[in-house]
Design a protein around this ligand. Structure first.
Ligand code: GMT
Length: 379
């Protein structure tokens, strides 16, 4: 098939899922076209079976806000016409699903059999999508898609709760490349960071408010207060980094915390980690938790959203009430002080990650595309 994938080019979340899906589908022999306003972070090497199309925004004095959604629709029209796309798969409803609808309307009969698949990832439903300034358009665009998928059962429920959706939402969970996200020997790296054999606690995110990064620091402080020597690795960057750094200064623990910024090879950091913290206020799936688990790192997360579908309480780590840094700290100590428990949870975490294996989920998407094409052909 000729498949168009539309996404945000970001380091984490939906951008990663979309790009890894494109690579997985190309590995199965499909021809992929990836559309975004910048080259996605994970589309990092040249391949003849994946073409990147940068959506270019012309500036014009009247355009204080250049209309990205229109430029994107225009690229879609072009690709359906000249690259003969069989499917358009958009990741994140705003504005991608709306642009896809517009492209299809523009082409009329010519695009009749090209299904638009919209994958909902999270904040397009739980936060920004349900904001009154977008809600009606999002509602309409989702209903106009030929297929709608959500990355967790939780997100499916939220979608029905927050919008008037008449379509069946199919849950296709996020996936993981088990060959990439596995423990590798990084002893030299660990020695450099923890010369005294301290435990390594890690957090990876885009440091947005929803990630509650100050809670990561407070939880880590609890660990230190309970007499366990450890280092905290903060991977990523974003608006709340300064708050997190300030919290470290207030608690006087700066020598124990390393802010590593954005990292391409997160799996290398995870390879030296003993514990992963993800205390988010909202998380439809928690891909970062799955990446950690795939590297055999037990996870302590908040008990919200789709996280309980990934992290299993008492097996792969622990789930705690939102904001309960004391409980998170206590569970962290429990895992880090008990080698047998740590080993057991580490093995369980990797096993659980295996249930989200990349090839299997890519096939589920492939079958879903075929089904939606058949439905259009029959209609
Ligand atoms: O979490 C983010 O900040 C990025 C966001 C996105 O849409 O790119 O991530 C969402 O999609 C990911 C991939 O499906 C999920 O793993 C994240 O849980 C979800 N984030 C939130 O719900 C906050």
């Amino acid at each position: 098939m000729n498949i168009g994938i539309v996404c945000y080019p970001t380091f984490g979340g939906s951008g990663v899922v979309a790009t890894e899906l494109a690579k997985g589908l190309a590995n199965k022999g499909h021809k992929l076209h990836v559309l975004s306003y910048a080259r996605p972070a994970r589309l990092d090497s040249f391949r003849t079976d994946i073409t990147f199309h940068e959506v270019d925004l012309s500036s014009y004095p009247l355009f204080e806000y250049p209309p990205y959604d229109l430029a994107l629709a225009n690229v879609m029209v072009d690709l359906i016409k000249f690259e003969k796309l069989d499917v358009i798969h958009v990741h994140y409803a705003i504005p991608h699903a709306t642009s896809a609808y517009l492209a299809k309307q523009i082409l009329g009969e010519k695009a009749r059999n090209v299904p638009i698949i919209t994958t909902l990832h999270g904040t397009d439903i739980t936060l920004i999508g349900s904001d009154p300034s977008y809600k009606d358009v999002v509602d309409f665009s989702i209903n106009q898609s030929d297929g709608v998928t959500a990355v967790s059962e939780y997100l499916k429920r939220e979608t029905y709760k927050k919008f008037d959706i008449k379509k069946e939402v199919e849950v296709i969970p996020n996936f993981i490349d088990l060959k990439r996200f596995k423990v590798s020997d990084k002893t030299h790296f660990k020695k450099a960071i923890c010369p005294e054999g301290e435990k390594v606690v890690t957090h990876v995110s885009n440091f947005r408010e929803v990630k509650r990064v100050p809670d990561v620091v407070s939880t880590f402080h609890e660990i230190l207060e309970n007499g366990l020597d450890a280092k905290l690795l903060m991977v990523g960057d974003g608006p709340d980094r300064q708050r997190a750094e300030n919290r470290c200064r207030e608690l006087n623990i700066c020598d124990k915390v390393r802010f590593l910024g954005k990292q391409e090879q997160v799996e290398e950091v995870l390879s030296i980690s003993d514990l992963f913290l993800i205390p988010s206020g909202s998380e439809t799936f928690g891909l970062a938790a799955l990446e950690a688990m795939s590297c055999g790192v037990p996870v302590i997360s908040s008990n919200i959203g789709g996280l309980p579908e990934v992290n299993i309480h008492g097996e792969t780590g622990y789930l705690c009430e939102l904001g309960d840094v004391q409980a998170m700290g206590q569970y962290a100590i429990k895992i880090l002080k008990d080698e047998t428990l740590h080993k057991k949870m580490s093995v369980n975490a990797r096993k659980r990650a295996e249930m989200f294996e990349l090839d299997r989920i890519v096939t589920v998407y492939e079958d879903y595309y075929k089904l939606k094409r058949e439905e259009l052909l029959k209609a």
